[in-house]
Design a protein around this ligand. Structure first.
Ligand code: 5GP
Ligand code: ZN
Length: 139
């Protein structure tokens, strides 16, 4: 897509700090890092979100995520690593080109904000009803 920032990065029309690429994917440093080592992995083809991305591109992203996770662990020795992927403006997706965030948490750094939520038991009937609704829609 002509105006898409990540398509421009893939085409080499905008700079990035590249970490890895293969036929399907490109991995580079997030320019507004939440933590040291914050990495983005994008498909080279333009897909907006998880609802559009094709099987082979999605598989390639996740295989690359494991490769990058090993590289991050070896180079930065983080306490842990979050993989985060947002779909749709309602979930705060800002760049509308599919991307997976790898966000390491290093020693001495505060916990990652998006990884903390309170465990509060839900209503079992409501949970079952929703699960059944989704299950019935699986294709
Ligand atoms: P989203 O909220 O869509 O999951 O996150 C988009 C991410 O893309 C943000 O973390 C943001 O910092 C990153 N980003 C936006 N524009 C650029 C850019 O031009 N270069 C790089 N490297 N990252 C970008
Ligand atoms: Zn794009």
């Amino acid at each position: 897509m002509a105006e898409c920032i990540f398509c421009k990065i893939v085409r080499g029309e905008m700079p990035c700090f590249k970490m890895y690429e293969n036929e399907y994917v490109l991995a580079f440093a997030d320019i507004n890092p939440i933590s040291k080592g914050h990495t983005l992995i994008v498909p080279k083809k333009h897909f907006e979100s998880l609802w559009e991305i094709q099987d082979e591109d999605l598989s390639a992203i996740h295989l690359a995520s494991r490769k990058l996770a090993h590289a991050i662990r070896e180079s930065l020795k983080p306490l842990g690593l979050a993989a985060l992927q947002l779909n749709g403006k309602g979930a705060n997706q800002v760049v509308m080109h599919y991307h997976l965030h790898l966000i390491p948490r290093l020693g001495g750094s505060p916990s990652l904000p998006m990884t903390e939520w309170e465990f509060k038991p839900g209503n079992r009937d409501a949970i079952r009803e929703t699960a059944q609704k989704i299950a019935a829609a699986v294709k």
